[in-house]
Design a protein around this ligand. Structure first.
Ligand code: ADP
Ligand code: MG
Length: 217
Protein backbone atom coordinates (compact mmCIF):
# COMPACT_ATOMS: atom_id res chain seq x y z
CA UNK A 1 0.00 0.00 0.00
CA UNK A 2 1.09 3.60 -0.49
CA UNK A 3 1.99 5.19 2.83
CA UNK A 4 -0.68 7.82 3.27
CA UNK A 5 -2.99 8.72 6.14
CA UNK A 6 -4.68 5.32 6.02
CA UNK A 7 -1.32 3.63 6.56
CA UNK A 8 -0.61 5.88 9.55
CA UNK A 9 -4.04 5.09 11.02
CA UNK A 10 -3.66 1.35 10.37
CA UNK A 11 -0.13 1.41 11.85
CA UNK A 12 -1.47 3.08 14.99
CA UNK A 13 -4.20 0.45 15.36
CA UNK A 14 -1.65 -2.29 14.72
CA UNK A 15 0.62 -0.81 17.41
CA UNK A 16 -2.25 -0.92 19.90
CA UNK A 17 -3.03 -4.53 18.94
CA UNK A 18 0.55 -5.78 19.06
CA UNK A 19 1.30 -4.02 22.35
CA UNK A 20 -1.86 -5.50 23.91
CA UNK A 21 -0.87 -8.91 22.60
CA UNK A 22 2.68 -8.61 24.00
CA UNK A 23 1.75 -6.77 27.20
CA UNK A 24 2.71 -9.62 29.52
CA UNK A 25 5.97 -10.26 27.66
CA UNK A 26 6.96 -6.59 28.06
CA UNK A 27 5.96 -6.65 31.73
CA UNK A 28 8.09 -9.75 32.27
CA UNK A 29 11.11 -8.23 30.54
CA UNK A 30 10.76 -5.06 32.62
CA UNK A 31 10.28 -7.11 35.80
CA UNK A 32 13.65 -8.74 35.15
CA UNK A 33 15.66 -5.52 34.86
CA UNK A 34 13.28 -2.68 35.79
CA UNK A 35 10.05 -2.21 37.72
CA UNK A 36 7.71 -4.38 35.64
CA UNK A 37 5.46 -1.69 34.22
CA UNK A 38 6.60 -1.30 30.60
CA UNK A 39 3.83 -3.48 29.14
CA UNK A 40 1.26 -1.71 31.28
CA UNK A 41 2.58 1.74 30.35
CA UNK A 42 2.60 1.04 26.62
CA UNK A 43 -0.79 -0.67 26.65
CA UNK A 44 -2.36 2.25 28.52
CA UNK A 45 -0.91 4.69 26.01
CA UNK A 46 -1.92 2.92 22.81
CA UNK A 47 -5.34 2.01 24.21
CA UNK A 48 -5.89 5.73 24.71
CA UNK A 49 -4.76 6.50 21.16
CA UNK A 50 -7.15 4.30 19.16
CA UNK A 51 -10.45 6.03 20.09
CA UNK A 52 -8.89 9.35 19.07
CA UNK A 53 -8.36 8.10 15.51
CA UNK A 54 -12.08 8.66 14.94
CA UNK A 55 -11.64 12.35 15.79
CA UNK A 56 -9.18 12.99 12.95
CA UNK A 57 -10.48 15.35 10.30
CA UNK A 58 -11.18 14.03 6.81
CA UNK A 59 -8.25 15.99 5.37
CA UNK A 60 -5.72 14.71 7.94
CA UNK A 61 -2.22 13.92 6.64
CA UNK A 62 0.11 11.26 8.13
CA UNK A 63 1.79 13.94 10.29
CA UNK A 64 -1.54 14.65 12.01
CA UNK A 65 -1.84 10.98 13.01
CA UNK A 66 1.74 10.87 14.30
CA UNK A 67 1.20 14.08 16.27
CA UNK A 68 -1.98 12.73 17.82
CA UNK A 69 -0.13 9.56 18.85
CA UNK A 70 2.65 11.71 20.34
CA UNK A 71 0.45 13.94 22.47
CA UNK A 72 -1.61 10.99 23.71
CA UNK A 73 1.45 8.94 24.66
CA UNK A 74 3.00 11.92 26.46
CA UNK A 75 -0.14 12.48 28.51
CA UNK A 76 -1.04 8.84 29.27
CA UNK A 77 2.12 6.70 29.42
CA UNK A 78 3.90 6.92 32.73
CA UNK A 79 7.54 6.09 33.20
CA UNK A 80 10.56 6.89 31.11
CA UNK A 81 9.08 5.46 27.94
CA UNK A 82 6.12 7.90 27.69
CA UNK A 83 8.10 11.08 27.07
CA UNK A 84 10.62 9.14 24.98
CA UNK A 85 8.09 7.58 22.60
CA UNK A 86 6.04 10.79 22.71
CA UNK A 87 9.05 12.78 21.55
CA UNK A 88 9.79 10.17 18.90
CA UNK A 89 6.33 10.44 17.35
CA UNK A 90 6.34 14.24 17.67
CA UNK A 91 9.67 14.60 15.86
CA UNK A 92 8.53 12.03 13.27
CA UNK A 93 5.43 14.12 12.67
CA UNK A 94 7.49 17.25 12.09
CA UNK A 95 9.88 15.36 9.80
CA UNK A 96 7.17 14.22 7.37
CA UNK A 97 5.65 17.71 7.17
CA UNK A 98 2.40 18.07 5.26
CA UNK A 99 3.16 15.30 2.76
CA UNK A 100 0.00 13.30 2.00
CA UNK A 101 2.07 10.23 1.10
CA UNK A 102 5.45 9.08 2.34
CA UNK A 103 8.06 7.97 -0.17
CA UNK A 104 11.14 5.92 0.89
CA UNK A 105 13.09 9.12 1.73
CA UNK A 106 10.23 10.31 3.94
CA UNK A 107 10.15 6.95 5.73
CA UNK A 108 13.87 7.30 6.44
CA UNK A 109 13.30 10.88 7.64
CA UNK A 110 10.47 9.70 9.91
CA UNK A 111 12.60 6.97 11.50
CA UNK A 112 15.68 9.15 11.84
CA UNK A 113 13.74 12.00 13.44
CA UNK A 114 12.11 9.58 15.89
CA UNK A 115 15.48 8.15 16.90
CA UNK A 116 17.10 11.59 17.17
CA UNK A 117 14.20 12.78 19.33
CA UNK A 118 14.71 9.90 21.76
CA UNK A 119 18.44 10.63 21.93
CA UNK A 120 17.79 14.33 22.47
CA UNK A 121 15.43 13.54 25.31
CA UNK A 122 17.13 10.56 26.96
CA UNK A 123 20.79 11.08 26.04
CA UNK A 124 21.35 7.35 25.52
CA UNK A 125 24.15 6.17 23.29
CA UNK A 126 24.42 3.00 21.27
CA UNK A 127 25.17 0.07 23.57
CA UNK A 128 23.58 1.62 26.69
CA UNK A 129 20.93 -1.17 26.58
CA UNK A 130 17.93 1.01 25.78
CA UNK A 131 15.39 1.35 22.99
CA UNK A 132 18.07 3.24 21.06
CA UNK A 133 19.76 -0.10 20.45
CA UNK A 134 16.74 -1.06 18.36
CA UNK A 135 16.15 2.37 16.78
CA UNK A 136 19.68 3.07 15.55
CA UNK A 137 20.15 -0.19 13.61
CA UNK A 138 16.64 0.36 12.24
CA UNK A 139 17.58 3.81 10.92
CA UNK A 140 20.85 2.51 9.46
CA UNK A 141 19.09 -0.38 7.73
CA UNK A 142 16.38 1.94 6.42
CA UNK A 143 19.02 4.22 4.87
CA UNK A 144 20.74 1.25 3.23
CA UNK A 145 17.46 -0.09 1.88
CA UNK A 146 16.52 3.30 0.48
CA UNK A 147 19.91 3.68 -1.22
CA UNK A 148 19.49 0.17 -2.66
CA UNK A 149 16.23 1.29 -4.27
CA UNK A 150 13.72 -0.45 -2.02
CA UNK A 151 10.18 0.92 -1.94
CA UNK A 152 8.50 2.23 1.23
CA UNK A 153 7.46 -1.21 2.43
CA UNK A 154 10.95 -2.55 1.76
CA UNK A 155 12.51 0.27 3.77
CA UNK A 156 10.20 -0.47 6.70
CA UNK A 157 10.83 -4.22 6.43
CA UNK A 158 14.58 -3.61 6.63
CA UNK A 159 14.10 -1.30 9.62
CA UNK A 160 11.89 -3.82 11.43
CA UNK A 161 14.32 -6.69 10.92
CA UNK A 162 17.22 -4.57 12.17
CA UNK A 163 15.22 -3.43 15.21
CA UNK A 164 14.43 -7.05 16.08
CA UNK A 165 18.07 -7.98 15.78
CA UNK A 166 19.03 -4.89 17.81
CA UNK A 167 16.58 -5.77 20.58
CA UNK A 168 18.01 -9.28 20.78
CA UNK A 169 21.52 -7.84 20.86
CA UNK A 170 20.74 -5.92 24.07
CA UNK A 171 20.73 -9.21 25.99
CA UNK A 172 24.48 -9.43 26.76
CA UNK A 173 24.77 -5.72 27.57
CA UNK A 174 25.15 -3.92 30.89
CA UNK A 175 22.67 -1.00 31.08
CA UNK A 176 23.96 2.53 31.34
CA UNK A 177 20.62 4.39 31.24
CA UNK A 178 17.24 3.97 32.93
CA UNK A 179 16.32 1.73 35.86
CA UNK A 180 18.26 -1.25 34.53
CA UNK A 181 21.49 0.73 35.03
CA UNK A 182 21.07 0.24 38.80
CA UNK A 183 21.58 -3.50 38.32
CA UNK A 184 25.10 -3.44 36.96
CA UNK A 185 26.14 -6.86 35.67
CA UNK A 186 22.87 -8.43 36.85
CA UNK A 187 21.24 -6.94 33.73
CA UNK A 188 23.37 -9.22 31.56
CA UNK A 189 21.32 -11.94 29.90
CA UNK A 190 18.08 -9.93 29.84
CA UNK A 191 16.58 -8.16 26.86
CA UNK A 192 15.77 -4.47 27.22
CA UNK A 193 11.97 -4.03 27.30
CA UNK A 194 12.01 -0.70 25.43
CA UNK A 195 14.14 -2.15 22.65
CA UNK A 196 11.66 -5.01 22.41
CA UNK A 197 8.64 -2.67 22.23
CA UNK A 198 10.42 -0.65 19.53
CA UNK A 199 10.93 -3.83 17.50
CA UNK A 200 7.21 -4.61 17.86
CA UNK A 201 6.13 -1.12 16.74
CA UNK A 202 8.43 -1.13 13.72
CA UNK A 203 7.38 -4.66 12.71
CA UNK A 204 3.78 -3.45 12.85
CA UNK A 205 4.67 -0.53 10.56
CA UNK A 206 6.28 -2.89 8.05
CA UNK A 207 3.48 -5.46 8.15
CA UNK A 208 0.81 -2.82 7.56
CA UNK A 209 2.86 -1.29 4.72
CA UNK A 210 3.12 -4.74 3.13
CA UNK A 211 -0.64 -5.03 3.24
CA UNK A 212 -1.08 -7.10 6.42
CA UNK A 213 -3.07 -6.29 9.53
CA UNK A 214 0.09 -5.86 11.62
CA UNK A 215 -1.39 -7.54 14.67
CA UNK A 216 -0.22 -11.01 13.87
CA UNK A 217 -3.69 -12.18 12.87
P1 ADP B 1 10.39 3.19 33.61
O1 ADP B 1 11.82 2.80 33.38
O2 ADP B 1 10.24 4.59 34.11
O3 ADP B 1 9.66 2.19 34.44
P2 ADP B 1 9.29 1.97 31.24
O4 ADP B 1 9.39 0.70 31.98
O5 ADP B 1 7.98 2.25 30.58
O6 ADP B 1 9.69 3.20 32.16
O7 ADP B 1 10.38 2.00 30.09
C1 ADP B 1 11.64 1.43 30.27
C2 ADP B 1 12.40 1.52 28.95
O8 ADP B 1 12.69 2.88 28.64
C3 ADP B 1 13.75 0.85 29.00
O9 ADP B 1 13.65 -0.53 28.70
C4 ADP B 1 14.57 1.59 27.96
O10 ADP B 1 14.46 1.00 26.69
C5 ADP B 1 13.90 2.94 27.92
N1 ADP B 1 14.73 3.98 28.49
C6 ADP B 1 14.88 4.33 29.80
N2 ADP B 1 15.72 5.37 29.92
C7 ADP B 1 16.11 5.70 28.66
C8 ADP B 1 16.95 6.71 28.09
N3 ADP B 1 17.57 7.62 28.85
N4 ADP B 1 17.09 6.75 26.74
C9 ADP B 1 16.45 5.84 25.94
N5 ADP B 1 15.66 4.89 26.42
C10 ADP B 1 15.47 4.80 27.75
MG1 MG C 1 9.43 0.22 33.93
Amino acid sequence: MTLGTQWAIDWTRACAAVIAEHRVELITLDRDIGDGDHGENMDRGFSAVTPKLDELSADAVPADVLKMVATTLISTVGGASGPLYGTAFLKASVAVGSEPELDPAAVVALLRAARDGIVLRGKAETGDKTMIDAWTPAVDAAVQAQVAGEDEAGVLAAAAAAAEHGAEATEPLVARKGRASYLGERAIGHRDPGAQSTALLLRAAATVAAGGSGNGS
